[in-house]
Design a protein around this ligand. Structure first.
Ligand SMILES: CC(C)(COP(=O)(O)OP(=O)(O)OC[C@H]1O[C@@H](n2cnc3c(N)ncnc32)[C@H](O)[C@@H]1OP(=O)(O)O)[C@@H](O)C(=O)NCCC(=O)NCCS
Length: 206
């Protein structure tokens, strides 16, 4: 790990969390890369925002990680860029040894992942997320401070917002959102946004 030079894609709020997680896990972060020219030349924790994403190559950084909160954007960039991705787990997270974590996934401080959970690639398990036993979490999912109970699932690109709860065995469909504070007692159809207690559909994802 010590000779890996890590580049972070993105220079916004989530990039700060990803960088702090990577540093706490012992990686050497050498730069941020963002397509917004207004960020170039600025610093985060004394680490420079070097320039556009196209400047992140295997010469500048041996490995990379996506520091972008949008599930759609992470998918687009992961499919487009030919980089070596790292998987990062904060030392103050707990991931049971019988858990599979995909490439590019970030497990932030305070997150807990219980046995036999399967976690896909480029997933965000954000601060204090909890994923219980036998859960399935697809690629590009973002779980904020949220609880996924045993045997529940979140399919590709799903977003579980702050304070949401998914009941045991319940399935959240691909690219669906469970709104802040919602309690999902029944399956959530793909590409729908649910909110409230109990969660009800408020609209479809455009
Ligand atoms: C669910 C969510 C995505 C909906 O956003 P939206 O599509 O822009 O919805 P709107 O703000 O237009 O609200 C539509 C209706 O749903 C209601 N609503 C929205 N979010 C709600 C929620 N979390 N709980 C209860 N009702 C909610 C609104 O009050 C509104 O009701 P009305 O039509 O009677 O006035 C958003 O409210 C949310 O929860 N965002 C999560 C933020 C978050 O956790 N970020 C994570 C950072 S790490």
């Amino acid at each position: 790990m010590s000779n890996q030079r890590i580049g972070i894609i993105g220079a916004g709020g989530h990039a700060k969390v990803v960088a702090s997680t990577a540093i706490a896990a012992g990686y050497k972060v050498v730069g941020f890369y963002d397509d917004d020219p207004q960020t170039w030349g600025s610093h985060i924790f004394d680490i420079p925002v070097v320039g556009p994403i196209s400047e992140l190559t295997s010469q500048s950084c041996s490995h990379a990680i996506l520091g972008i909160g949008s599930n759609e954007v992470r998918k687009r960039l992961a499919e487009k860029l030919n980089l070596e991705w790292i998987t990062v787990v904060h030392p103050f997270a707990w991931v049971h040894p019988e858990v599979s974590l995909g490439v590019g996934t970030v497990v932030c401080a305070g997150a807990i992942v219980q046995p036999y959970a399967q976690i896909g690639s480029h997933v965000i398990l954000n601060t204090k997320a909890s994923v219980d036993h036998d859960c399935y979490v697809g690629d590009y999912v973002h779980i904020a401070v949220s609880h996924l109970a045993g045997g529940a699932s979140a399919e590709e690109g799903a977003f579980l917002a702050l304070g949401s709860v998914v009941f045991p065995g319940v399935r959240v469909g691909a690219w669906a959102t469970v709104g802040a504070g919602a309690i999902a007692r029944k399956d959530v159809p793909p590409k729908t946004i649910v909110a409230g207690v109990p969660a009800r559909v408020i609209r479809e994802v455009s």
